[in-house]
Design a protein around this ligand. Sequence first.
Ligand code: NA7
Length: 537
Amino acid sequence: MDAIVIGAGFSGLYMLHRLRELGLSVRVLEAAAGVGGTWYWNRYPGVRCDVESIDYSYSFDEQLEQEWQWSERYAPQAEILRYIEHVADRFDLRRDIQLNTKVTAARWDEERDLWSIWTEQDECYEATWMITAVGCLSAVNAPSFPGLDTFRGDTYTTARWPHEGVDFSGRRVAVIGTGSTGVQAIPEIAKQAEHVHVFQRSPNFSVPARNQPLDEDYVAAIKRDYRARRRAAREAGWGVPVDRPLRPLDDFNPQERVAVCDAGWRKGGAPGLLRAFSDTLTNPEANRVVAEFVRNKIRNTVRDPAVAERLVPTDHPLGAKRLCVDTDYYETYNRPNVTLVDISGSPITEMTPTGIRTRNGEYEVDAIVFALGFDAITGALTAIDIRGAGGESLREHWRDGPRAYLGLAVAGFPNMFTITGPGSPSVLGNVIVSIEQHIDWISRCLTYLREHGVSRFEATAAAETSWVAHVAEVASGTLFVSAKSWFIGANIAGKPRTFMPYAGGVPTYRKICDDVAKRGYEGFVLGESDSLTHSAA
Ligand code: NA7
């Protein structure tokens, strides 16, 4: 093939569409039995996107965006999956997608300038270009509690939820994990189960989604000028349109500050609070004002003051861990069938045949739900044994933290593109905007390389090093670095602590990528077989 794309989620599908337009022969290899990526796997109760569907959708085709009708402000998983399936059918993508095909290894062939790519079934594909579209939140942080195999009840992992659903009626359920996933799942499970024990290691900030059916007039107004909406999304720092000019905390007096936060809280969704002030994520005082506002909302919502206090996050700035978006999360702790088990000082020591033991005691349950998150951003890439020039392993190259030029390419790994790779904005905001930007850039790059007869394309070590330093420098000017989050790999034992996404905002990043292209792919070596035709510093 000309190209192998790994993964058939939002990225893989659009990449396939663009590569076909370029006339390349392409195969998409997908581990799952269906398309959809994270939206295929994550089927737990309450699962929705935390970005509004109007924005969390492809912008590349005007007809597609006109014909598709989102039913709710934040579409549920089943609807997002239907949308992805619709896209696969509408653009006739399925004939080039091979499902149930997990890629296990890939090796760069120096002699022939191509990738050999192996699957779990031991098939081998060869392609000039290897494009990873594996998703930032797809490698599951699997539970590894002692005694887990002795537990006699049922266990469920949110990111691998049974397709037929789960009936929790009459059952005592433990949920471990209170990130975005737990925060969405807990209220839904509590509606059904006899009792829910929530095991919380650290509390997260969460804001109400205020999800609702989409108003037809509102949608019609957006569709009349969807281009403007998309443009606004692309020009906004995090890929979501801004509804008012952003101003720093110091522009407001104390009453106005509360009013700004209150407006965000009433509107619902993450942007209202994250962007309450232009400096919420860079100025500790601005962040403190917003965080304190949300803390008070928690205290005012949860009736038992001791429970409320345990739900109040104090160990990180608001937004430094991804801000959760919920429906009735804090209210759920007012239910008589919900118990919060604070395991911050008394961790889970083991699973027993009948439940969960912490340092403080044992909790008998019939089922355990693990909502432990992901080996984010790099986990799905390092799960594949990728070997570049000279046999160097990607795992080894990233031993001290991920290194990639623009988050798009890795030095020593020619002809490999990493969609939403480490060092790109990826998970900071609306990932669809970042996915489209990466894919459009890669497509233009491949066109240029073809026109210039280039068959080998590789980031230089110098460009990679300076980009990694730039990503770290930008992050150090934000409050992101002060939280033990999955953004910095802190949730996975032994993972190097590096802030992985690019925090300089989507428009700045886009301009940098475009400038690199304009300067003849500065920072890449462009070669033709063994003889280099062009090289840039
Ligand atoms: P997250 O945000 O990583 O949350 C995982 C949760 O699981 C978090 O509360 C963790 O506590 C908890 N956790 C992880 N390991 C353990 C162990 N061993 N014991 C107890 N608790 C544990 O993942 P999500 O799936 O919720 O969300 C990921 C993203 O997906 C989300 O931001 C959206 O963008 C979509 P911790 O906070 O580490 O103390």
